[in-house]
Design a protein around this ligand. Structure first.
Ligand code: IFM
Length: 445
């Protein structure tokens, strides 16, 4: 049944939120005993991040979280998804915790609750402590235990106030880009390292689920996967094979291991030497909801010299795109929600959706991001259609609250509902912030 786009009604308990991550907004990179992460190190390597940008200051959220909570209040959101910076609370990744780092998240959580905004805490959004990288990082099987101990610390400290727990954000992105493509930290290109990282991250996820379950009574646990259709760039068999391989790494390897205890081909064959008896049962632990990050379809082409025989491809010329060139396809989002809901039989929460652009303020200071508003309107309408078609979608979080450090693109790609002037750190609502506030108000009315 097509949705009535003029006056959509949303489920009563539907959760509206915004998302961010620690390294992308916090700054304060050396403040109060925080240890270095793999991203602090990568940002210092020439040519790895556009303009030589770093997350050292970012949005300075570490010192301005109250102001940012006020921004959330102005939107009227129910929930805020953030990540804890592992090296802020455990500067060496293991061992002695950092009291000042732990206290920062106490303040954040307490202030969110006081503002009537539910904290959704993600344990890992890519800022591995460098001290653990020096011991092999995710290529070491010990990483599952390191992560479980870190999860236990967070649960004991915040479990009295936080009910929503997320183990990892976008497993496939940081493992593929970090171990097979050198697009992200730690910047390896190595099959063995990639496969080990995949398997150990999966083991770490399973171990953390058990830890959260045992330490936080009533916890609602999710894991966040990015899933989006992978399309062959060309109309030939080689590109079709490339798309199937990328699909296995991008969309299937993590959810299928975690929810069905099996790796898809061709990952299954390649990863077998690293899988020990009992591992798949350790990985496949019951969770409460599926976190979906979705932007638009992606494209693959055959590239025999690449690690797995595929390369990333730009969308064809005729494709409708965001200002940073990502394909726009709300119907595929709708279909993904419907399929996902059927396939894994878990409630789905859209934990990221949004659109990137340059967002240059006009002479009067206003930022009219009309193309982002169009994108968000189309995608939320598609989500509404998915719900009408039976998809069990419980919430929607926009990426992102603020313009922030967009990894290898530095500060050039902006995703925020609020513009950040990185010279003055001044926040300014964009048209999309007003649009989201109105959507939330109308959804509640
Ligand atoms: O900024 C990222 C985020 O860290 C993970 N998901 C995609 C966003 C936009 O690229």
């Amino acid at each position: 049944m097509p949705a009535d786009r003029s006056a959509p009604t949303w489920p009563r308990e539907f959760i509206w939120g915004v998302s961010t991550s620690s390294y992308q907004i916090e700054g304060g990179a050396t403040d109060d005993g925080r240890g270095p992460s793999i991203w602090d190190v990568r940002c210092r390597l020439p040519g790895k991040v556009a303009n030589g940008d770093t997350g050292a200051v970012a949005c300075d959220h570490y010192h301005r979280h109250r102001e940012d909570i006020e921004l959330m209040r102005s939107l009227g959101v129910d929930a805020y998804r953030f990540s804890v910076a592992w090296p802020r609370v455990l500067p060496r990744g293991i061992g002695a915790p950092n009291p000042a780092g732990l206290a920062f998240y106490d303040r954040l959580i307490d202030d969110l609750l006081a503002a009537g905004i539910e904290p959704w805490l993600c344990l890992y959004h890519w800022d591995l402590p460098q001290a653990l990288q020096d011991q092999g990082g995710w290529t070491s099987r010990d990483s599952a235990g390191w992560f479980a101990d870190y999860a236990a610390l967070a649960c004991r400290r915040y479990g009295d106030r936080v009910r929503r727990w997320i183990t990892f954000n976008e497993f496939s992105v940081f493992t593929l880009f970090g171990y097979a493509m050198d697009w992200q930290a730690p910047g390896q290109v190595d099959r063995r390292a990639h496969l080990q990282a995949i398997h150990h991250v999966n083991l770490a996820h399973g171990a953390a689920v058990d830890v959260i379950r045992s330490l936080v009574p009533g916890a609602s646990i999710g894991a966040i996967h990015n899933r989006q259709r992978v399309l062959p760039r060309g109309d030939d068999d080689a590109d079709r094979v490339a798309a199937t391989t990328l699909d296995a790494f991008w969309n299937r390897t993590f959810p299928e291991a975690q929810l069905e205890a099996a790796y898809p081909s061709p990952v299954a064959e390649a990863i077998e030497p690293f899988v020990r008896a009992g591992d798949m049962a350790r990985i496949c632990r019951p969770i409460d909801w599926f976190g979906l990050n979705h932007y638009g379809p992606i494209f693959a082409r055959a590239e025999p010299s690449a690690l797995w025989g595929f390369a990333w491809a730009d969308p064809p010329e005729a494709t409708e795109r965001t200002p940073i060139g990502w394909a726009i396809h709300p119907e595929m989002f709708r279909d993904e929600l419907v399929e996902l809901s059927r396939r894994f039989r878990l409630p789905v929460v859209v934990t990221e959706n949004g659109s990137g652009g340059a967002d240059i303020p006009a002479a009067d200071g206003r930022v009219d991001d009309a193309r982002r508003v169009d994108y968000l309107q189309a995608y939320t309408a598609a989500m509404h259609e998915a719900i009408a078609a039976g998809a069990d979608v419980r919430g929607y979080f926009i990426w992102s609250l603020l313009d922030n450090f967009e990894w290898g693109a530095g500060y050039a790609n902006r995703f925020g509902l609020f513009h950040v002037d990185f010279a003055t750190l001044r926040r300014t609502p964009k048209s999309s912030a007003r649009w989201y506030r109105e959507l939330i108000a109308a959804a509640r009315a």
